[in-house]
Ligand binder design. Sequence first.
Ligand code: PAF
Length: 299
Amino acid sequence: MKIVKTVREMQQLSDKLRENKTKIACVPTMGYFHDGHVSLMKRGKELADVVVTTLFVNPTQFAPNEDFEDYPRDFERDANLAEAAGVDILFNPSVKEMYPDGYNTFVQIKGVTDKFEGQRRPTHFNGVATVVSKLFNAVKPHIAIFGQKDYQQTLVIKQLTKDLLFDIKIHVAPTQRQSDGLAMSSRNVYLSTEQRSKASAIYEALQQGITAIESGEKRRKIINATMQNVLRQVQAFQIDYCSAANAEDFDEPEEFLPGQKIVLLIAAYMGKTRLIDNAVCTSPSGISPNPEKFIEDHI
Ligand code: PAF
């Protein structure tokens, strides 16, 4: 595995690969790899000839009161894990390389950032959009892979790719979970053993939300309350948001329509650690799976 530290070298390597018609997949990360990252890298290997993983803890997506300084970092360990996952190039620029003195350009994303993460962390997605645009221009991939764990981020990236005319296919890979359902995240290392044992209630809440929807519940407030009740049973949790919304645009109707794609979104604090997770499901269409009954009902 090649380790690349400068934008110039990365671009030159990608130009050569592209000249040779080699398909490049990019997996943008902030490092401290876990099995979730490894699954994205392996997916990259399946979808392209060469996988470039970017490892950059991006300061512009952290607010001043957030954990940029404390964000877990271990380059040696990450490099070994990436190599074992089959990564061909690890692009690991410095902050100076990405944001040199005099740097002054930022990408601002509207609409899709209005609610949930974007509302709680008002500068976050502009930082993500800015760095991802720069990483796309450095790596010049054909395809880029992101985890569903950061659901709103995946919509932001799709919007950015469309609006700024990046000729890159965005692939969203499923969230990887621990055996008790807790979504894998680099920030899970902040949890004490006791906190960790309680954290899977987020997954339980999502499951109960899905069960309610699949049983025909369409009222958003009831779906939200179903999930919130699960979280409230764990005193250590402080709910930031816990809501069902239209999966495409985060619209929050009183009642979901039959066949509507719904996303369940949760952010909750366990002590100082903020955990997020989500699940996507479809409201039952109400069309009987029994064709004769369907004909009876509809003719
Ligand atoms: O999801 C992440 O790890 C980051 O937000 C990303 C996409 C690598 C941008 O810094």
